[in-house]
Design a binder for this molecule. Structure first.
Ligand SMILES: [Zn+2]
Length: 306
């Protein structure tokens, strides 16, 4: 082989190697910047549906954030929820975890142990006039719109601390959302006065705060969201008390079983009101407002679409 030919081959080989090297280097760079972009975005995880709806409203239009709901919407309340491996994965790399608080997230310690760097937002911070039974505080505060507005504010404050780049977006969104709630309240304020002092038996603890806000005389029976768990003895006591006190309203959640509610209704002549707990539903920004308006209408005996 001639010397020139060997040199030619060597040069070609070198050029090919250079081109391959360049392509590999460029891909590595590209992936790295992609990864950087990914980690630069803030991952916000909400514990369950009611928190997701608030976060969805506050983070609307915010840049570089990822919003994830931990517990499946069908789970309903976190009351009898057990943390799954799948749900744990959603929280492991989160930057922010939004909780209801007041003991609703009984798995919180586990989550913190798995991800100590994550900021925890407690939406129930500084909320007063909570209702307790024996030692346990009823954590379903969102059905009282006053308390819900405080939850929005707490979550907004927490998000602003965690993500100052979107500070103004969070501020504007929270204000707008609160305004929408205030508007709805104003629309119903006068009518809702009719419910003040109304006696009711409540078979789903989610509505205890709704009764509190409306000034109803509500007797809440602890059922863990399932009225079918009531014992025969308990049923008897409820029926007797209702007759004695002329209680004409029975409150349950739409998704409840209603077998016992019907028995009570048959024995006492009281009416069953099937309300929306706000614990499950569409992942839509308006979901809470729709649920509350629906509840007020039902309690007022007005027509409800659906
Ligand atoms: Zn619950």
């Amino acid at each position: 082989m001639k010397k020139e030919k060997i040199i030619k081959i060597v040069i070609i080989a070198l050029v090919i190697l250079l081109v391959i090297g360049f392509i590999i280097w460029r891909n590595i760079e590209r992936n790295r910047s992609k990864a950087e972009e990914y980690t630069a975005s803030i991952k916000i995880v909400t514990s369950f549906y009611p928190m997701y709806i608030i976060a969805e409203n506050i983070t609307d239009g915010a840049s570089n954030i990822e919003l994830v709901n931990m517990a499946d919407v069908n789970v309903g309340c976190l009351h009898d929820y057990t943390l799954t491996t799948e749900d744990m994965k959603k929280v492991e790399d989160a930057d922010v975890f939004i909780t209801n608080g007041l003991g609703m997230e009984n798995f919180l310690e586990k989550v913190i142990n798995a991800n100590a760097n994550m900021k925890i937002i407690d939406s129930s911070k500084n909320i007063e006039n909570t209702i307790s039974h024996k030692e346990e505080t009823n954590a379903h505060i969102w059905t009282n719109t006053e308390k819900y507005i405080q939850q929005i504010q707490n979550i907004k404050d927490g998000l602003q601390e965690a993500d100052s780049a979107n500070r103004e977006v969070y501020e504007a969104n929270a204000n707008q959302y609160i305004q929408e709630i205030e508007n709805l309240k104003e629309e119903y304020a006068e009518k809702l006065q009719a419910l003040e002092g109304r006696k009711a038996i409540n078979l789903n603890e989610a509505f205890e705060y709704l009764g509190q806000e409306l000034g109803m005389e509500m007797t809440t029976i602890e059922t863990d969201h399932e009225e079918s768990t009531l014992s025969a003895e308990m049923l008897r006591t409820i029926i007797d008390n209702m007759k004695e006190q002329d209680i004409e309203m029975i409150i349950v959640a739409k998704e409840d079983n209603k077998t016992n509610a019907e028995t009570i209704a048959n024995e006492t002549g009281a009416k069953i009101y099937e309300l929306n707990s706000g614990l499950t539903g569409e992942l839509e920004k308006e979901a809470y407002l729709t649920a509350m308006e629906e509840n007020w209408k039902i309690l007022l005996g007005e027509e409800v679409e659906n």
